[in-house]
Design a protein around this ligand. Structure first.
Ligand code: BEZ
Ligand code: FE
Length: 295
């Protein structure tokens, strides 16, 4: 805008344009691009919804509460992004992969750095509670060739649906977490417990919002993974239990058909003894297919 341009005052009709125009002095074109879109859509929402002062204040209070609920241990804004499907959309945009490659899904807030590295066949269940499960699989490239030295970082909830970090006084630290390294055949295997569906934290503003919208906070049973190997794109994903009743109504929209696995119930004392688990037990197999980095 130059000094000769006619002055444009703010009106109901031109609101977004007038605000966007003020960014002419910015030397950050990407920020301007992002904010142009944010302002355009935000003003469109307000124009469409025509909120009362009271409704506008409810929105301000909700965002304030969301910020105040957040600290280094609890990120209520990410939870908000998760339940609005935004986390999954950002994830989809940033992890477009060829068909056959393992799909990404939401990381969630419960991954921790520094989980113990465990040996092949070890258990990640340090409290021994839950139905025994044997997990096995391979990490391979898109042509099916095994990837040696791939790192499989896994974490999951306990038999009653809580991560160790949610129950520091009940579960041992790093219960149901472990890092495994594949051998020359790309294989990994470990013992664990069968996951169950569980509720994401609902004691804050996001929980209040879900209840007001008639939505649940349950996630279908899953095992989390971050799978990485030098020269390959890191995959952050889950596998889901095939017959879980919440697969179609995951509170954070994380389910993808390609990530559903059959968990098989086995009553086989000899096999149980071989695996070092109590009979009966469950097994699940899953391969992770990685794409070359930068592809
Ligand atoms: C999880 O699966 O751990 C999770 C994902 C998103 C929000 C809350 C929990
Ligand atoms: Fe989870």
């Amino acid at each position: 805008m130059s000094r000769d341009d006619p002055i444009t005052y703010f009106t109901e009709q031109n609101s977004a344009e007038v605000v966007i125009e003020r960014m002419v002095g910015s030397d950050n074109p990407r920020l301007v691009e992002v904010m142009r879109s944010v302002i355009t859509h935000l003003h469109a929402v307000v124009t469409e919804v025509e909120p009362s002062y009271e409704e506008w204040m409810t929105a301000i209070r909700f965002l304030t509460d969301t910020g105040q609920m957040s600290d280094t241990k609890r990120q209520e804004f990410i939870l908000l992004s998760d339940v609005l499907g935004v986390s999954m959309l950002v994830d989809a945009i940033n992890t477009r992969r060829p068909s056959g490659a393992t799909e990404n899904t939401v990381l969630g807030p419960f991954h921790v750095e520094g989980a113990p590295e465990r040996a092949q066949g070890d258990t990640i269940s340090d409290d021994g509670k839950g139905e025994p499960l044997v997990v096995s699989g391979r990490v391979v490239d898109v042509d099916g060739r095994p990837i040696e030295g791939a790192v499989v970082d896994t974490w999951q909830t306990s038999h009653d649906g809580f991560y160790d970090s949610q129950q520091p006084d009940i579960q041992p630290e790093h219960n149901l977490r472990g890092i495994f390294r594949t051998g020359a055949d790309g294989r990994f295997s470990y013992r664990s417990i069968k996951p169950i569906y569980y509720g994401i934290p609902d004691d804050g503003p996001v929980g209040q919002m879900l209840r007001a919208l008639g939505r649940g906070n349950t996630r279908p049973a899953h095992l989390h993974y971050i799978v990485s190997a030098p020269g390959f794109e890191t995959v952050t994903t889950h596998i889901f239990v095939h017959d879980d009743p919440y697969l179609e109504i995951d509170a954070v929209f994380g389910v993808k058909e390609s990530l559903i696995r059959e968990f098989v119930h086995r009553d086989d004392p000899a096999k149980a003894a071989e695996f070092g688990v109590e009979n009966p037990f469950w097994t699940v197999e899953t391969d992770f297919v990685l794409t070359p980095s930068g592809a």
